[in-house]
Design a protein around this ligand. Structure first.
Ligand code: NA7
Length: 535
């Protein structure tokens, strides 16, 4: 570990993913001096780390990109409807280079702690390289799906072959051709990677704790004429997306489910299926809130699984048991269910046949040993709060964020936490975050925070802090909205249900990006109501 002198700056930013990069850009455009710390050796955040085979975004590429610069929008040409991880990473690199953002970033350093000194009105941020940064404002842009979880399975360290996490996939790749591969986890990462691995591996054994709904991506290249039209319509598309539920211009059918005849319902579900991917969660209004509509969508999706998977028992095992459809993120796949028709793929239903231990030669379940040369862990993340609380944020009175959030995260607008002045958390709990297009949502939050900083500085204020009463009311509102839906009925990482001991709280704001944007506008118009500004 090397030691460095303290660097002084206006804004410290943790993370150089999409939100962090935009925070650097935005700070600089307001004449503030930003310093960013990034654990990876490059920009991109989750798109740097999640380089497993088949990794793609499940938001269409045309929408999953920055809107702040019309020239950037026009210049960058996405090649496919859903961008691959390498293409998204190239885009992040392009943005970093185009706006000369790298010079503000210290790569390969992880932030360990941040302490606020009230007298100086400054945060001191410390990294694992011994660097300290003193900053007036602190932006945490650490990502919602960036704290991978290593499963605590007895004997896992004894496995003799290569062990690879999808979330930290080795840059040189994994040579699984002709090998026996065990994959644990069937969320998006497993669903995307399993079909590709199965094409080359000798055998793939899929260990499934919970089945997931998945809808074909129907990915395809974007032809020039279509691209031209998309680009010409960008301003209207962006405006609509910002005021939508999920940060893309797609809408549920305007006629309520109850008023649509049965054959028409089936046609609309088929249309939704043919649109591909997560959009299937929103064929009808209230689909994830009304049990009857949800059930109709479930039956439709399960019929699809039955029609694809030849072995009826395997098909049944691939159907979720305890999660209303859409209340866990619907996976977006390319041939996932078809993969289980291959001779070299075996599904192990861990609910019937749990893992007892891992041994050097493979995975042992109650039924016996499943031999493997390579173990792939697609086991997910301590989502939304995990990467935040892994940093020791300490407020002015020795108060710690991890302790304050132990009973569930309390925030104002998802952005600010009482007791932690001048700290702003992007895409965290209490905002649409993971339920919407993260690039657009993050861009909005970063822009909004910097406007507030500018307003505070213009008034000669050095401190901005969320009022406890405002945070309580906002957090109650977030919970009330979630309680009106089926999202709180299942088990998902939105609720922290995948992490043993994590308080079960529905973390994202489910009211939609548009309503969130409107609410933020109103808070600003009311002079940043709910925040205290001071000298
Ligand atoms: P997910 O969606 O959290 O999936 C992780 C999977 O790993 C899920 O099927 C888990 O089952 C399973 N898991 C986790 N721990 C274990 C153990 N110990 N044993 C067996 N199975 C386990 O993460 P992803 O990376 O796939 O996707 C995250 C998001 O990225 C995704 O939603 C998109 O938004 C992009 P569980 O469901 O917890 O029972």
């Amino acid at each position: 570990m090397t030691s460095h002198e303290t660097t002084g700056c206006d804004v410290a930013i943790i993370g150089a993913g999409f939100a962090g990069l935009y925070a650097i850009y935005k700070a600089r455009s307001l004449g503030l001096d930003p310093v960013c710390i990034e654990a990876a050796p490059d920009v991109g955040g989750v798109w740097y780390w999640n380089r497993y085979p088949g990794a793609r975004c499940d938001v269409e590429s045309i929408d999953y990109s920055y809107s702040f610069d019309p020239e950037l929008q026009r210049d960058w040409r996405w090649s496919e409807r859903y961008a691959t991880q390498p293409e998204i990473l190239d885009y992040a690199r392009h943005v970093a280079d185009r706006y000369r953002l790298r010079r503000h970033i210290h790569f390969g350093e992880r932030v360990l702690s941040a302490r606020f000194d009230e007298d100086a009105a400054r945060w001191t941020v410390t990294t694992d390289a011994g660097r300290t940064i003193s900053a007036r404002w602190l932006i945490s842009a650490v990502g919602s799906l960036s704290a991978p979880v290593r499963p605590d399975i007895p004997g896992i360290d004894s496995f003799a072959g290569e062990v690879a996490f999808t979330a930290t996939w080795p840059e040189q790749g994994v040579d699984y051709a002709g090998k026996r591969v065990a994959v644990i986890g069937t969320g998006s990462s497993g669903v995307q990677s399993i079909p590709i691995i199965a094409r080359e591996a000798a055998h793939v054994t899929v260990f499934q704790r919970s089945a997931n709904y998945s809808v074909p991506a129907l990915n395809r290249p974007i032809p020039d004429d279509e691209w031209q039209e998309l680009v010409e319509n960008y301003p209207a598309r962006r405006a609509k997306s910002l005021m939508s539920g999920g940060g893309s211009p797609h809408e549920a059918h305007p006629v309520p489910f109850a008023e649509v005849p049965e054959d028409e319902r089936q046609r609309l579900f088929e249309d939704g299926w043919q649109k591909g991917g997560v959009l299937f969660a929103k064929v009808f209004q209230n689909q994830t809130a009304d049990p009857e509509i949800n059930d109709a969508a479930r039956v439709f999706a399960e019929d699809k699984i039955r029609a694809i998977v030849k072995d009826p028992e395997v098909a049944r095992d691939l159907m979720p048991e305890d999660t209303p459809i859409g209340t866990k993120r619907i996976c977006t796949d390319s041939g996932y269910f078809q993969t289980f028709n291959r001779d070299n793929v075996t599904l192990v239903n861990l609910r019937r046949d749990p893992i007892t231990e891992i041994v050097p030669g493979g995975i042992v379940t109650e039924a016996g040993l499943h031999e493997a040369d390579i173990l792939i862990l697609a086991t997910g993340f301590d989502a939304i709060t995990g990467a935040v609380v892994r940093i020791d944020f300490e407020g002015p009175h020795g108060n710690r964020l991890a302790e304050d959030w132990a009973d569930g995260p309390e925030t104002y607008l998802g952005l600010a936490v009482p007791g932690f002045p001048n700290l702003f958390n992007i895409s965290g709990p209490g905002c649409p975050g993971v339920l919407a297009n993260m690039v657009l949502g993050g861009e909005h939050q970063v822009g909004w925070v910097f406007e507030m900083i500018r307003a505070a500085e213009a008034r000669g204020h050095r401190l901005i802090e969320a009022r406890a009463s405002a945070a309580r009311a906002w957090t109650d509102h977030v919970a009330e909205l979630a309680d009106r839906t089926l999202f709180t009925k299942g088990n998902s990482w939105y609720l922290g249900a995948n992490i043993e001991g994590k308080k079960r709280v529905f973390m994202p704001y489910i009211g939609g990006l548009g309503n969130y944007v409107t609410y933020c506008d109103q808070v600003r118009a009311a002079g940043y109501k709910g925040f205290v500004m001071g000298v």
